[in-house]
Design a protein around this ligand. Sequence first.
Ligand code: ZN
Length: 213
Amino acid sequence: MQNFPTSLLTGYRSFMTGRYVDERDRYRHLAEQGQKPQTMVVACCDSRAAPETIFDCGPGELFVLRNVANMVPPYEPDGQYHSTSAALEFAVQSLKVEDIIIMGHGRCGGIRAALDPNAEPLAPGDFIGKWMNLVRPAAEQIQNASVLTDTERQTAMERISIRNSIENLRTFPYVRALEEEGKLKIHGAWFDISNGELWIMDPESLDFRRLDP
Ligand SMILES: [Zn+2]
């Protein structure tokens, strides 16, 4: 207890006397009945892009998966450790979520690392370089687009990565089947941490459009 971060202890006490009191019945209901979230969100680990905060959701509403740069790998049942695919399988097969949102964000360190493997704060390390290989082909094309500024490259890559993850999502046989049956919808979104703007991907044009607050 002594070493537990003080700010979190304070936060927990505030939660128990505030929000938990308001939502106590909901927690009890969810404990007894189990969770039945309608939506899965794949978001980045970045501390500034928490889906529950951005979408103002309470307990039981969102099934959230967070990883570096909010990416979904392709379907690869090869016996390796696939934490993202495991969470996806659980959400789709067991919870039967009806919507999956891939939510990227501005100033993403993972995406920066894909564009510049030596960039701070994310160095390739033992795992990140390999993980970011998921978007390597697109990153190389963007790196070579000399007409773009660094900021434009970064934003473009963040959005291309979302589209790439959506393509990978569709390599999971049950995802594709449920989507074709109209039982599962897949969405792309991009959150601008600097001003709170949320941009939604148009399913036809694949362009991102700012949502009117
Ligand atoms: Zn990020």
